[in-house]
Structure formats: C-alpha cells, structure tokens
Design a protein around this ligand. Structure first.
Ligand code: 0CN
Ligand code: SF4
Length: 318
C-alpha cells in the first residue's frame, strides 16, 4: 500500500509570465533568423531569461553586449529593454541591417523624455542604475539632461536648478507602490513637475504585481519564476513579501527549488516574471505534483489582450 502523500494548496497567480513586449522581441529574433539565416546577432539578452536565450542560441542567434562585437554584414537585433540613441546611429553609420526589439512601451517613455526635453524641462528618471532600460532611456538625451532617482531618499535629496521646470519619467518594470511613494515626495517638493499622462510602469508589470498581491497574504511561500537579472521578476518577490507572504523567493526553474523550504509550506503561491516562459511554470507545477497531492487554484485578477505589431521588415516572414 502506498504511503499517503502530503497535500498542499498551490495558488497560481494570473496574469503571469510572458508579456506582449517579450513575445514580440523573441519573435523578432526568430523571424530574423528565418529571413536572413544564421547567425543573427543580438545586442544584450533579448529578454532577461537564460532559458529563452539558450533556445535562441540553438536556433542561430549570437548574443553580444556591444554593437562593436557584431560584424558589419550580419543582422543585429536590439533587446526589448531599449538602447541609447548612439546605438542605432552607430549601426546606421556602419550600414548594418538592424532590427529594434525595444518594447513599444519603453519606446513610449523615450518619446516622452524627448518631448519634455524639447519643452525645456530637466527630467527625473525613476529607475535602477545600470539597468539596460535606464541606460537606454538616459541615452535618448545628451548627458546632464536627466537625473536618476532610485530611492525615496534620492527623491528627498534631489536639488533642482530650476524647480519650476521639471518633468518625470520612470522605468517600466518598477514596483508600482514604491514608485508612487517616490512620485508623492517629488510632487510635494516640486508641485509643478510634469508627470506622465498615464504612469510609465507598463500594464504587464502592474498586472503581475496585482495578481501577486491578491494571493500573497494566504501564502506560506511565494515562488516567482524569473532570472536574477530580471527587474520585473525581482519586484514580484518584493511585492509578495510586502503584501504578506511569509516567505518569497525567486527561482530560475524547477531545478532551483529548495525542497526543504517547500516541505514546510502548506500554501504555495506561484507566479512568473514577464520574461519567464510558461513551460517553466509547467515544470514547477509538475515537480510539485510529483511530490505532493496538489489542490491548485488559479487566481486571475484581470485578462490581458495586448499584442504588439512586428517591425515592417519582418511582416513577410510566415
Ligand atoms: O526580465 P525582462 O527581460 O526585463 P526587466 O524586467 O529586467 O526590465 O522582462 C522584459 C521587460 C522589458 C523591457
Ligand atoms: Fe514591454 Fe512591460 Fe513587457 Fe517590458 S515588461 S517588454 S515594458 S510589456
């Protein structure tokens, strides 16, 4: 007679996993390889996920950090996170065939920044130093036109040359709550600061955080699938933690589950960052099911229907 298996509840957050920008970026690499043959160069990880990158390498993509590492005569794709203006300019100067996989919602922030600059504003960018999206957004304007705000302390300390002439943009993958706390500080200090018409944090980041918040209080353990380099995935862990999960951790796949911790949890929450493929979630669920009796409940806070169009150059690829 087989021993009775331990039962656990799994709360599956929805939406989770791929967003429209990630889906588009991956398709741009796949379709470029289909159209132009291998190798196709990709500047920076197309999205911040090893599994995605490894799969594309298997298809003929070559990942590099800088445009200088690409030959002139092969296509190059720019990652979903966006690039400084100098990058397409350099590609153009070298007459390269480049495809821009910058998420349209990141490009939207680039355009906002340019408009604010044209209106003569000094721009505050809320984001994380060194993240490629921040490097890309800052690189839309000449050095000195933007100041980075990373923390509430930065928001308190920032000194403006002309306090009446400020504007604000943000990274797309931040914590909604932390960002709004920083914006409140800036609004109090600089009442005339020009704010985004609708906030720059994207729909996917917002929805994934909302879904994690909906389950967090009930979770003994929240598992978020995503890479250490993925800003939006890391924010999900923090949001879950703040919203009441007893424990919250980032895992790259089923292989990195700490079973001693899972053993102690009765209710396990599961979500995945915008760059984590759904098959990784399936893998975690399968691993849980192989060890325990699972009562699974999906908690869906909203439905997503966003789709972004591919670049014109690739519309002829089936
Ligand atoms: O994980 P990602 O590749 O990027 P970040 O969350 O680190 O910005 O997800 C796609 C998001 C974009 C742009
Ligand atoms: Fe675009 Fe948001 Fe997805 Fe980033 S997380 S690719 S900004 S939709």
């Amino acid at each position: 007679m087989s021993a009775k298996r331990t039962s656990k509840t799994v709360l599956l957050a929805a939406p989770r996993g791929f967003c429209a920008g990630v889906d588009r970026a991956i398709q741009i690499v796949e379709k470029s390889i289909a159209k132009y043959g291998a190798p196709v160069y990709v500047r920076h990880e197309i999205v911040h996920n090893r599994h995605v990158v490894d799969r594309l390498v298997g298809m003929g993509a070559v990942f590099v950090e800088e445009l200088e590492d690409c030959p002139d005569d092969r296509p190059v794709v720019f990652s979903a996170h966006g690039v400084p203006k100098s990058v397409p300019a350099a590609a153009q100067a070298r007459e390269m065939n480049y495809l821009d996989a910058t998420c349209p919602l990141v490009s939207k922030v680039h355009v906002e920044a340019e408009k604010h600059a044209a209106a003569g504003h000094h721009i505050l960018l809320i984001g994380h130093e060194g993240h490629p999206e921040v490097v890309g957004t800052m690189g839309q304007l000449p050095v000195g036109r933007m100041s980075l705000i990373e923390t509430e302390e930065d928001a308190h300390k920032f000194t403006a040359e002309d306090p009446e002439n400020l504007a604000l943009v943000t990274q797309t993958t931040l914590s909604v709550d932390d960002t709004s706390a920083m914006i409140d500080i800036l609004k109090t200090r600089f009442p005339n600061i020009a704010l985004p018409y609708k906030e720059d944090i994207c729909y996917a980041t917002t929805n994934r955080q909302m879904a994690v918040k909906a389950i967090a209080e009930r979770c003994d353990l929240l598992l978020v699938i995503g890479s250490q380099t993925s800003s939006n995935s890391k924010r999900l862990v923090e949001v879950g933690d703040k919203a009441g999960a007893d424990n919250a951790m980032l895992i790259s796949s089923a292989d990195s589950i700490n079973w001693d911790i899972v053993d102690q949890a009765k209710v396990i929450g599961l979500s995945a960052g915008a760059s984590a493929p759904e098959y990784l979630t399936d893998g975690v669920l399968a691993a849980l099911k192989s060890k325990y009796e699972i009562d699974m409940q999906e908690v869906e806070v909203t439905k997503e229907k966003v789709i972004f169009r591919l670049p014109r150059k690739l519309l002829d690829v089936a």
